[in-house]
Design a protein around this ligand. Structure first.
Ligand SMILES: C[S@@+](CC[C@H](N)C(=O)[O-])C[C@H]1O[C@@H](n2cnc3c(N)ncnc32)[C@H](O)[C@@H]1O
Length: 302
């Protein structure tokens, strides 16, 4: 990612969770905090883009205030961000019920699950993120008057450069205690080599029985695009590259179990975004659309 500025994609995922929370009669996920942490200027720029995409008079006057939300609900990542976050939080609840007390959030962005969950679950939370994103989040937490919580550690690190074990050795993370690890929306922005190093690092820091939930892109998207170029994929890559966060790599679902086994994990579940939508919106009330290329995997450290 661009080391000079906070992750735009992290801000967008926080905003999407906020839109869902505000505008759904039966939200799949309730996150009233994340989008408040996004700087006002970025929120304003996104609203501006929404109006540019559907300018008045296309928007009836009465709906003008909610036009950005309507546009964001059609965002390519909307369904994936909402359902993957809910999936990870469900797995976190299960882990906490089993007695897991460490929650490691890699590439945390503007995730606020600890604000909603940690005090009840008695979890100790370790948020690791790129310094550019984390410093922005800390500044916004302070500006929003959210007190630093005793249960949360913020650890700034470039996961493409720094071994996770070294990073966690700087705080009171216990590598011998079972941990729930969430790694959402990050692997696609790292190279294959960085992802394999990160997996090895997660395993090194995870006691047996620890659980890892991570999202990835099915690498078939690159092969398919090379064979028959997709304008949609090209435009998305262009937009992401413009903010310094192009997609760099994926995994093959057919070989994922073997790759995880070599890294010391057993794959327990591997779901497509279609599977997630079927699970969390079985009656289609949210009007979700999916790309079919995003997946979420759950693995247990052996
Ligand atoms: C799409 S955001 C996902 C944020 C959050 N997990 C979520 O689901 O809302 C990607 C996150 O990965 C982080 N990231 C990307 N490259 C990184 C790197 N090399 N080291 C540490 N964090 C990185 C960004 O700072 C950002 O917070």
């Amino acid at each position: 990612m661009d080391a000079t500025r906070p992750s735009r994609t992290a801000m967008m995922t926080a905003i999407l969770r906020g839109v869902h929370t505000r505008s759904s009669a039966q939200p799949i996920l309730v996150d009233p905090w994340g989008e408040r942490l996004v700087p006002d200027a970025v929120r304003a720029a996104i609203a501006q883009r929404a109006f540019a995409a559907a300018p008045p008079p296309a928007i009836p006057q009465a709906d003008a205030a909610s036009a950005p939300d309507a546009w964001l609900r059609r965002h390519a990542s909307y369904a994936n961000v909402i359902t993957r976050s809910r999936y990870a939080e469900d797995r976190l609840h299960d882990a906490a019920a089993r007695g897991v007390t460490q929650y490691l959030v890699l590439g945390a962005g503007f995730d606020t699950s600890w604000l909603r969950l940690a005090p009840d679950a008695r979890l100790r939370v370790f948020e690791v993120d790129h310094p550019a994103t984390q410093s922005c989040k800390l500044q916004r937490l302070a500006e929003c008057g959210i007190e630093p919580a005793a249960c949360v550690r913020y650890i700034a690190a470039d996961l493409a450069q720094q071994p996770l074990a070294d990073v966690l050795a700087t705080c009171d993370f216990d590598p011998h205690a079972p941990t729930f690890v969430s790694w959402l929306g990050v692997t696609m922005y790292l190279t294959r080599q960085a992802n394999m190093a990160a997996l090895a690092g997660i395993r090194d820091c995870s006691a047996p029985g620890s659980e890892l939930v991570f999202t990835y892109l099915d690498e078939v998207v690159w092969a398919a695009h090379a064979k028959a170029p997709s304008a949609r994929f090209a435009q998305m890559q262009e937009r992401l590259a413009a903010v310094g966060e192009p997609f760099l790599s994926g995994f093959d679902p057919a070989t994922l179990a073997g790759e995880l086994a070599r890294a010391g994990f057993e794959l327990v579940e591997d779901l497509s975004d279609t599977d997630l939508v079927r699970r969390y919106d079985p009656h289609g009330v949210h009007g979700f659309t999916v790309s079919g290329a995003s997946r979420i995997a759950r693995a247990v450290a052996r």
